[in-house]
Design a protein around this ligand. Structure first.
Ligand code: PMP
Length: 289
């Protein structure tokens, strides 16, 4: 059976219920976060918590759960579902009130939900994937991890219909991000990605990959880049917490360079995998058999 942490209690997923007047249900008035857990250890936990707390601040929802409490919730969920690797999903809405009104009453009690689901960290080589270029029709505060994801979902469905794993979104020819990922290109050994402004979600994986690149002597530029630059790039890849680094070989049917996984992408994939939390070896004490 699957379990959910809902407003302070662990309940079977099938019994988890919220009000029909929850503002998340009525208005998508809420935010979310996704944290990968490798061998029981949340990866880049503080960075994920910082982004979660910032999203809450930006939409003026009070922070309902402290970082320390989140770690306890993870442990409680683990006790019900002992997964080696997992994805923690956190969903927070402004709360419920009747009657429906766009303007929220002050001091609503946020609705908080968390789940753990199985996660298989990528291993081995990954075949370069297809992406589909499309216009970014989303709102202008993509830096907030809002649960209002209709624009992302429409783009994902269109990409799937095109045989792609992800849309590659642009605004007036400027590449923004994917529907649930950030994009990078490599040109003349320089790693380039869109700046962390309001047009993209500041991906935790994006930030980690930038740090790994700098540490490994790869030049990095965080700056707007165009669709023309994308098509002229030597390499292209996307990043996300659950997919890590995925090489992109084709965008809307057009090869990026020779369509293969390039050397810098390959190097960063290796660095990333080496940086993932490893299983903690249990030390046997002398008096243990
Ligand atoms: N952009 C968007 C729109 C996303 O939904 C995600 C995934 N949450 C990302 C980028 C990648 O972010 P992260 O590396 O933190 O998973």
């Amino acid at each position: 059976m699957s379990y959910v942490w809902l407003n302070g209690a662990i309940v079977p997923a099938t019994e988890a219920k919220i009000s029909a007047f929850d503002r998340g249900f009525l208005f998508a008035d809420g935010i979310y976060e996704v944290v990968p857990i490798y061998s029981g250890q949340p990866f880049l936990f503080d960075a994920h918590m910082e982004r979660l707390e910032r999203s809450l601040r930006e939409v003026e929802i009070p922070q309902p759960v402290s970082r320390a409490h989140w770690l306890e919730i993870i442990a409680q969920l683990h006790a019900h579902a002992p997964l080696e690797h997992a994805v923690l999903y956190i969903h927070i809405t402004r709360g419920a009130e009747f009657p429906r009104n766009h303007l929220p009453s002050p001091n609503l009690q946020p609705t908080v939900m968390a789940t753990l689901s199985a996660f298989t960290p990528p291993v081995g080589s990954i075949a370069p994937a297809r992406a589909t270029l499309m216009e970014d029709i989303r709102w202008l505060r993509c830096d907030i991890k809002s649960i209002s994801l209709l624009g992302n979902i429409m783009a994902k469905m269109a990409a799937q219909q095109d045989g792609s794993i992800e849309p590659l979104l642009h605004r007036a020819g400027r590449v923004t991000e994917g529907a649930s990922s950030n994009y990078f290109i490599v040109k003349d050994d320089v790693l380039i990605t869109a700046p962390a402004d309001t047009l993209i979600l500041p991906g935790i994986t994006r930030d980690w990959v930038l740090k790994l690149a700098k540490k490994n002597g790869i030049s990095v530029e965080e700056r707007p880049f165009s669709v023309a630059e994308l098509y002229a790039a030597d390499e292209c890849f996307l990043t996300s917490s659950t997919r890590e680094i995925v090489p992109i070989g084709t965008v809307s049917g057009q090869l990026i360079n020779d369509g293969q996984c390039g050397p810098i992408t390959e190097k960063l994939m290796t660095c990333f995998r080496n940086s993932r939390p490893k299983a903690v070896k249990k030390v046997k004490h002398e008096n243990q058999i």
